[in-house]
Design a binder for this molecule. Structure first.
Ligand code: AMP
Length: 294
């Protein structure tokens, strides 16, 4: 596995691959790898001839200096996990390589970046500007055929899809399901900050989402949302938000069963902020089933 830290190194590597028409997959990460990241790396390994993982704790997407300072980092461990997952190249630039003196360009997806996580009081609108700017740079530097993202960060995936469509990036964006712990908690690098009591309480978040999923399947999403809120309140968790949104636009919707909806939640457990979501897809209509059975 090769490790490169500068765009010049990446460009040379990419040029050598291009000459051989090999398909390149990119998995952007902030390191502190877990099974969620590994699922993306393994998918890239299956689909592509070469797998690049970027490892960059992007300062511009952090709302507070504290969260950035305490973000878990262990490069040596990440390199081992990446090598085991079959990564060919890790790109891990220093912040001053990505943002050299004089850097003054940002890529901002308006609208989508200001909802949910992007609201003032949550992570704020600058969070996604940090994400889209760095992802734009990675897509330009590495020029993969495909880039892989996790559904765990559903809004991030939606914002990146919008950027790629709007700016005519030609890379294919692949979004893969959330990988969970056995009790349902979505894997996250920040889970290491949870103490044992907080860790068991955190499982209430996916439990609440499961209540929504089950209730929606029974046909009453509003009642299911109320039951999920009750479950969180009983556990002493006050969510920052627990909302039903259009899965693509992330705008508030009155679900009528015709389009997929995203049920997204953010909550603090102690001082750790966790996010999670599920997508509820429309039930196939009887006539659609009949057609597909023919
Ligand atoms: P991060 O290192 O947290 O920036 O995440 C890097 C990529 O891994 C992003 O596309 C995330 O959405 C994805 N990811 C993080 N956690 C999970 C998870 N539990 N399951 C699937 N993908 C994940």
């Amino acid at each position: 596995m090769e490790i490169l830290r500068t765009p010049a190194g990446i460009h040379d590597w990419r040029d050598s691959i291009r000459a051989r028409s090999l398909k390149v997959g990119l998995v952007p990460t902030m390191g502190s790898l877990h099974a969620g990241h590994v699922s993306l790396l393994e998918a890239a390994r299956r689909d592509c001839d070469r797998v690049v993982m970027s490892l960059f704790v992007n300062p511009t997407q952090f709302a507070s200096g504290d969260d950035l300072a305490t973000y878990p980092r262990d490069e040596a461990r990440d390199f081992r996990i990446a090598a085991d997952a079959g990564v060919d190249l890790v790109y891990c630039p220093a912040p001053e390589v990505i943002y050299p003196e004089g850097f003054s360009t940002t890529v901002r997806v308006s609208g989508l970046s200001e909802l949910l996580e992007g609201r003032e009081g949550s992570r704020g609108p600058t969070h996604f500007t940090g994400v889209t700017t760095v992802v734009a740079k990675l897509l330009n530097a590495i020029d993969p055929d495909r880039a892989y993202f996790g559904q765990k960060d559903a809004q991030q995936a939606a914002v990146i899809r919008r950027m790629v469509a709007d700016l005519e990036y030609r890379q294919e964006i692949v979004v893969l399901p959330t990988v969970r712990e056995p009790d349902g908690l979505a894997m996250s690098s920040r889970n290491v900050h949870l103490d044992p009591a907080e860790r068991s309480l955190a499982a209430e978040i996916p439990a609440a989402l499961e209540i929504v999923r089950a209730g929606a399947a029974g046909g009453d999403l509003p009642a299911a949302m109320a039951a999920a809120r009750y479950r969180l309140a009983e556990a002493g968790i006050e969510p920052e938000y627990l909302e039903v949104r259009d899965a693509e636009t992330l705008e508030p919707v009155e679900p009528d069963g015709s389009r997929p909806v995203l049920v997204a939640v953010a909550a603090r457990i102690g001082s750790t902020r966790l996010i999670d979501n599920i997508v509820i897809k429309p039930e196939p209509q009887p006539n659609q089933t009949a057609r597909s059975n023919r």
